[in-house]
Design a protein around this ligand. Structure first.
Ligand SMILES: [Fe+2]
Length: 469
């Protein structure tokens, strides 16, 4: 049943309104003062508040302001004998939903009440739909077996859209199962990078009763949501709100289901990444075996990884981007496994038709790694590592900006590593000669910015002295 609160000290009016509203099937509560009314609003759920502007204790406008601070969406109808335009404007600015003047017309009075209740019901339905839609959206991400990073991004996005907190952070358990380390954040910076206070047992105590806990700070309060896997706690979702933000009952219920779904999603994504990593590791050892067949290419991929990472770091790549670069640099020449040894290990210059076969290796790499559901950037970096800035590369003849940055980095690292290695048909180049070659083809084959950065790196102290020569 819809419950209406009347805050008014004119007892005759209150009794009249009570009678009318009872006859329409509404439940009524009543407070003669603003202070008592506010207390009641904090404690119970009302559908509407009827508020007199002139109360014996607090000014009605002040009461209205406080109601909206505590329960933003609770409709308030101003109920007064002093309905001046000035008062109406002031009340609407403070968030009043409608205005009824005393003495009132019963028909119009009931009409306004019914209209406001209808709007509130619709708003509730819409916000429920929004919450359900968000859970479904997260579910779709879980089912699509996304990477951990996409999963975390989705969780942040949903939290941001639904709750508009001041800060959002996701902490994940570290490899020792002890601390929760900040893995992703949004909006404002989160102060705590690691939640050391909760070691796993304290954390369990903390979340024993509920998946949601609250921490009070000076101007904010923090909602901590336990992220639980099947057998252990795997993380915390932290949402910071300003003190006056009240979380509604349906929002808290949503957060309960959200925490369960997040747990499933993150655990799946972690498992998926583990499987992916073990694929990548298996392929890495295959590559080492492959390169070991030939003394000229031994250790080539590892060297390309090494140079690529140096370039990536200079470009300010984050850990995730460095990981992509590392995996792609390792895998880039995997497709050579599909090329006959007579061509691949041929001690002399290749004939045109033989070179055409060699040119297929990026596509063969693509075919091998495509079913492994690696990251799109990793796959593209492998596929395009022989593309050239002027469009003269292979397999697609992409040019300029169409070549992804990872592929452009690997191209430079790969060329340098090849030039400074011995080949059956030529001596290896010195560092200086190889730099000359990179400069000659800078802006033609290679991205000039990457060449410049790489030359800076090669001339600095940070590079391991080349290959023991
Ligand atoms: Fe290659």
């Amino acid at each position: 049943m819809e419950k209406i609160l009347i805050i008014d000290d004119e007892i005759e009016i209150v009794n009249l309104v009570k009678d009318i509203l009872y006859s329409f099937g509404y439940e009524i509560d009543y407070s003669p003062t603003g202070k008592e009314g506010l207390e009641k609003i904090k404690k119970s759920e009302f559908s509407i508040v009827l508020l007199d502007l002139f109360l014996s204790d607090i000014d009605g406008f002040e009461v209205l302001k406080k109601i909206k601070e505590v329960k933003e969406n609770l409709p308030v109808i101003i109920f007064t004998g002093f309905g001046t335009t000035e008062n109406i404007v002031k009340a609407i600015k403070l968030g009043a939903d409608d205005f009824i003047e005393k003495p009132f017309n019963i028909e119009r009075f009931v009409d306004i009440i019914q209209k406001v209740i209808k709007i509130r019901k619709l708003e509730k339905e819409i916000s429920k739909l929004k919450l359900v839609e968000s859970l479904l959206e997260l579910n779709r991400t879980i089912v699509s077996l996304s990477s951990l990073d996409i999963m975390l991004e989705k969780i942040i996005q949903i939290s941001e859209n639904l709750f508009t907190p001041k800060r959002i952070g996701i902490y994940l358990i570290d490899e020792y199962g002890r601390n929760f380390v900040l893995r992703k954040q949004r909006i404002e910076d989160i102060k705590f990078k690691v939640r050391t206070v909760y070691d796993n047992s304290e954390f369990l105590d903390f979340f024993k009763e509920s998946n949601i806990n609250f921490l009070d700070e000076k101007t904010f309060f923090e909602v901590l949501l336990a992220i639980k896997g099947k057998e252990r706690n795997i993380g915390i979702l932290s949402l910071f709100f300003e003190k006056n933000r009240i979380l509604k009952e349906e929002e808290l219920k949503f957060l309960e289901s959200f925490s369960i779904q997040i747990g499933i999603g993150i655990e799946n994504a972690m498992l998926f990444e583990e499987v992916q990593n073990s694929y990548v590791n298996a392929i890495k050892s295959l590559i080492n075996t492959l390169e070991a067949r030939d003394k000229y290419t031994k250790g080539h991929s590892e060297e390309v990884v090494y140079y690529s990472i140096l370039i990536g770091k200079r470009l300010g790549f984050n850990d995730e981007q460095i990981k992509i670069l590392e995996n792609a640099a390792y895998l880039h020449d995997l497709g050579k496994v599909g090329i006959k040894d007579q061509i691949l290990l041929k001690p002399g210059r290749l004939k045109e038709d033989e070179f055409e076969i060699i040119k297929k290796h990026p596509l063969i790499t693509f075919k091998i790694i495509e079913p492994l559901k690696l990251k799109r950037e990793e796959i593209e970096a492998c596929l395009f590592h022989h593309e050239k800035i002027d469009g003269s590369g292979y397999p697609y003849g992409l040019n300029g900006e169409k070549i992804p940055i990872y592929a452009k980095i690997i191209a430079v690292a790969d060329a340098y590593s090849a030039m400074t290695s011995e080949r059956p048909y030529r001596e290896k180049m010195s560092k200086e000669e190889a730099i000359q070659e990179l400069m000659r083809y800078s802006g033609i084959h290679f991205d000039p910015d990457i060449v410049n950065i790489f030359i800076e790196i090669l001339n600095s102290e940070e590079v391991k002295n080349d290959k023991g020569n």
